[in-house]
Ligand binder design. Structure first.
Ligand code: NAD
Ligand code: MG
Length: 416
């Protein structure tokens, strides 16, 4: 090979090497995925990396991992990245917008697409990857919560593999019988136990919750994660979203899922079979384990996660969740049981409320109030096709935003 062959050889597929696109590579899941992939450069090649606006971080990742393509959702950020890439003499094609995300989600050399964008913004590119028949590693749970019906149906129609990366769902997947495929009901499974750390306010009094700041809410005791999921973990909405996610992935009803508070985060979830057997998956709380599992499945690869020291763990505790102190979990159960577009409305109102909390426009205990108001203001439809879901998402965002705006003190009026 001569130097001038470089471009053509980069476009040429290597036998046995799996191409990977990471949607949301600059976030917590994206960074953990790159850490695992860096340990296996002979097995995987990075096809594309994407981010929203973080130019410097994506540029550093481009320099280190030399993807074929890099996408920034924001066109101005894409122009800045392009300039940096050119100045550094890197041979990387820089794209922008949702079209750019869709292009790398369907790239012929990407066998695996890691869905690690946060929130509903990940829905369309992830669905595009599913429709292209990819192996899709699902960290981004919100799209499945909104439109699980569409995802499961399209995955089956297009031959895509949906592999859960959310640690609980990955644990459940690992405890499922051989041959199990996401989206099908599992034979002989009686119940699923979804474990929950309880978040940073597990033992907080109801009065102290009202004064919680974004910094306190984002300081999770066991996991380091993006800000949105950190707040969701603090309100327990994360477990509510996971309840709905489990319903789609494992074909179980909300009443077949039991949520248990397990503060050590060592058992990542459990599956009970009809004969009374209960299988669990354990490990240190480190997202590189589920990421490595889903990348290599059905094989296993090193993830860099240190061995679990059971003697150090010493004890495992379990208790029921408190739905009065954490009303988000009750609201999620209601949406899960209600079905139709209710989960999409719940998710949209939650996204708006969490952002308003992070922006210090509302308090921590206002988050469930915004969601409850939105759920009771909008009639849920039984229609679960994509158009109905997307229009419910938009309407819920409007209702939630207006509710928040109406409660804010107007400029010049002060707070009475
Ligand atoms: P994060 O905020 O750290 O990263 C989000 C990524 O998405 C970033 O790369 C960001 O640039 C990109 N992004 C944000 N908004 C975007 C938009 N509108 N369009 C395109 N890209 C956008 O989030 P995270 O903690 O890595 O979580 C990602 C997803 O994985 C979430 O859905 C979360 O619920 C799920 N998840 C995360 C963890 C975890 O440990 N972090 C565990 C389980 C599930
Ligand atoms: Mg989880």
């Amino acid at each position: 090979m001569t130097i001038t062959d470089k471009n053509s050889s980069r476009e040429r597929p290597d036998r046995g090497i799996r191409g990977v696109t990471i949607l949301g590579s600059t976030g917590s899941i994206g960074i953990n995925t790159l850490d695992v992939l860096a340990r296996h450069s002979g097995k995987y090649r990075i096809v594309a990396l994407t981010a929203n606006t973080q130019v410097d971080r994506l540029f550093e990742q481009c320099r280190r991992f030399l993807p074929l393509k890099a996408v920034m959702l924001d066109p101005r950020a894409a122009a800045q990245l392009k300039e940096k890439v050119q100045q550094a003499g890197l041979d990387i094609d820089v794209l922008s917008g949702v079209d750019g995300l869709n292009a790398v989600a369907t790239h012929t050399q990407a066998h695996i697409v890691v869905a690690a964008i946060v929130g509903a913004a990940g829905l369309l590119p992830t669905l595009t990857a599913v429709r292209a028949g990819k192996r899709v590693l699902l960290a981004n749970k919100e799209p499945l919560v909104m439109s699980g019906h569409v995802f499961i149906e399209e995955a089956q129609r297009c031959g895509a593999e949906l592999l859960p990366v959310d640690s609980e769902h990955n644990a459940i997947f690992q405890c499922m019988p051989d041959g199990f495929r996401a989206g099908n009901p599992a034979a002989a499974v009686r119940r699923i136990f979804l474990t929950c750390s309880g978040g940073p306010f597990r033992a907080a009094t109801p009065e102290s919750l009202a004064a919680v700041t974004p910094e306190q809410a984002c300081a999770h005791p066991n996991w380091v994660m993006g800000r949105k999921i950190s707040v969701d973990s603090a309100t327990l909405m994360n477990k509510g979203l996971e309840l709905i996610e489990a319903g789609w992935l494992f074909g179980v009803t909300p009443d077949q899922v039991e949520i248990v508070i397990h503060p050590q985060s060592v058992i990542h979830s459990l599956v009970e079979y009809v004969d009374g057997s209960v299988l669990a998956q354990l490990g240190n709380p480190d997202m590189r384990t589920p990421i490595a599992h889903a990348l290599a499945w059905p094989d296993r690869i090193e993830s860099g996660v240190k061995s679990l020291n059971l003697l150090e763990v010493a004890r495992l505790d379990f208790s029921p969740p408190d739905m009065e102190r954490f009303p988000c979990l009750r609201l999620a159960y209601e949406a899960a049981r209600g079905g139709g577009t209710m989960p999409a409305i719940l998710n949209a109102a939650n996204e708006v409320a969490v952002q308003a909390f992070l922006d210090r426009r509302i308090g921590f205990t206002d988050i469930p109030r915004v969601i409850e108001h939105t759920l009771s203001s909008l009639p849920a439809s039984r229609d679960v096709q994509l158009d109905a879901v997307l229009s419910s998402d938009l309407r819920a965002r409007d209702v939630a935003s207006s509710f928040i705006a109406a409660r804010e003190p107007r400029v010049g009026q002060g707070v009475s």
